[in-house]
Design a protein around this ligand. Sequence first.
Ligand SMILES: [Zn+2]
Length: 387
Amino acid sequence: MRQRDRSCELCGNDRLEQVFRHGFQSRTRNALYQWDVRVVLCPRCGFAFASPAPEDQDLLAYYADSFAASPLQQRDYSLEKRLALIDRFREPGRAGVCVEAGGNAAGDFAEGLRQRFRQVLNAEPNQSCAGSHSTLGELGDGCADMVAAYFVLEHAARPLEFLRDCARILRVGGLCVLEVPDLHAYPKSPVSLLLYEHLNHFSPRTLDRLCRAAGLEAVHMGARECSRGYGFAAMLRKSGRVLPAYRDGDPDDAREAARAAESLRQGVEALHGFFAEAEAVRERLDSHAAAGGRAVIWGANDVCLHLLAGRAPAQGVEVVDSNPAKADFLRSRPVLLPEQAAGHIRASTLFVVCTQLHAGAITRTLEGLLGRPVEDVLVLDLPDAAG
Ligand SMILES: [Zn+2]
């Protein structure tokens, strides 16, 4: 992907401090991407972001080719919290148009929106998800009563432009609901730092500042209302007037920057804990395989790629995933469906599950295949990845 350097989108500063650097390979349906993630902090205002970042067009192509979440996977957010926040602020009885950016149009949440709005549209670049539009740019000015973007803004290479697009398609007085990971939760949930696709790391203050620059005025912000445990929710209103901007040199900016630096430092420390854990599991797999034992790695995902550290699985180790679209995920070796791997699973004596969220269901599937309880299951996942 082509990359470009970024200066601080909040205050224009280009004297930035690097806080984390991380190289990683990721897979889409048709390509292998090499990421070199460099997270920087603006010491003037406390905004943290990835720089350089991919060019918009390359990023859209990447998302267009991404894997869709399997429809069999359980929901990883609270539907009730999303709908409760919308119900708290929407005008009763005004059944207008709601646009969800990055939503995949299916499921209970989309159904909840359809019960509340006359029309529900989607702007979703991933071509393996059903969407009515692929970007907000395709929608007309003032067409929407509400825009919702759940865990989308951290992916935007130009977040101010994205927010201006949200404001543009809203009528004056229309609502914009956003959820993003919370930078100040990184000491406990640092996974966002490691997700190479996350290009922005917001706190309530830095998000408020960016929204204001886009003409969106915060009416409510809070972590309790957020549908995932590691983020915060913001309800904003399109203002018909120019909003007063943050003043440069405000002492609260310096306080925010110091606090952000500390949150990032602790988050990076927690990630190093994950790297050490992955290394220990890798060594255990290697010695198990070297002694002629068979083993299963369940889950063809990023955690699995971290575990393998760029190498093919050892002889006697198979990677299993219940999503048939992942068959070619590793390139070096096919990923097997559980039924294809049944014989290997029965002969295995070590199991590594690369997801906390689905570990219970996977263990039950293993026990069904083995016909006995399994105790020797190692679960490897990013810190607090289940939210
Ligand atoms: Zn700044």
